[in-house]
Structure formats: structure tokens, C-alpha cells
Design a binder for this molecule. Structure first.
Ligand code: ZN
Ligand code: ZN
Length: 130
């Protein structure tokens, strides 16, 4: 899907900043932190715009956050199914979604409510294993 169509689908007005940031997500399989995006848009988008846009994308569900150890949140375009496995490679440091992995439905014990989930597997990715 094109960046413009994604904004339309989520009823967001089309701005250059949003298009620029969305393009980066579309061209990257890997999860990106706010800093990663800043680095890619030096001289194109200011930090405040990037911050606001990421928040908007998160609130509307265009991207989903992946919490990593070290408290840095990375973002990636939303995937189906909503709950899926994430993988972090300790060799190259990349974090990716693995929506193709089947996950069993689970139920929390009574008294627990879910706000978000974040399944992270740590290991070596297929690239680094080659
Ligand atoms: Zn790797
Ligand atoms: Zn994911």
C-alpha cells in the first residue's frame, strides 16, 4: 500500500511529514526507533514533527510499538494478526515482526487485564546465521 493510501485509510490528513515518515516504514522491514527516523530525516523533518507524527501513527494504529530491553521503543507498521511474535537479533541488533509464526490463544488468570502485549524472542536471525 502507498503511503498516501494508508493515511486516507486511517482518516488522517495528508502532510509531507506524515508521508516522509510513512515512506521510511514502508521501505524498512525492521522496527525503527524515534532516533532512527530522526537520523533518516535530518534536514527534512524536525524532531517535534517526528515525535507528533509517531504518536499519531501509534494512536491510530498505523504502527505498533515494540518495547525492547534498554527502554527504547521501536515502531513498525501494523501487522496481522495483532498479537504476534517479535524477534531481536543479538548479532545485528535488528528487531522484526514474525506474524507468520502461529501463536496459541492464551487467557490471563482472572483479575488480570491486558493493556498491550509484546512477545519478544532473542537470538540470531536468519541473515546472521548464514
Ligand atoms: Zn541478525
Ligand atoms: Zn510486530
Amino acid at each position: 500500500m502507498k503511503a498516501k493510501n494508508i493515511l486516507l485509510k486511517y482518516n488522517l490528513s495528508i502532510t509531507t511529514g506524515r508521508l516522509n515518515i510513512l515512506e521510511i516504514f514502508l521501505n524498512n522491514e525492521m522496527a525503527l526507533s524515534e532516533k532512527d527516523i530522526q537520523d533518516k530525516l535530518i534536514g527534512v523533518c524536525d524532531r517535534a514533527t517526528i515525535y507528533r507524527t509517531l504518536k499519531k501513527f501509534k494512536d491510530t494504529g498505523i504502527v505498533h510499538p515494540i518495547a525492547t530491553e534498554g527502554m527504547i521503543t521501536k515502531y513498525v507498521l501494523k501487522k496481522e494478526p495483532e498479537e504476534h511474535l517479535h524477534f531481536k537479533c543479538t548479532d545485528c541488533g535488528k528487531i522484526m515482526c514474525l506474524p507468520e509464526v502461529q501463536m496459541k490463544n492464551y487467557e490471563l488468570p482472572s483479575g488480570f487485564t491486558k493493556k498491550e502485549s509484546n512477545f519478544l524472542v532473542i537470538g540470531t536471525c536468519n541473515n546472521c546465521n548464514n
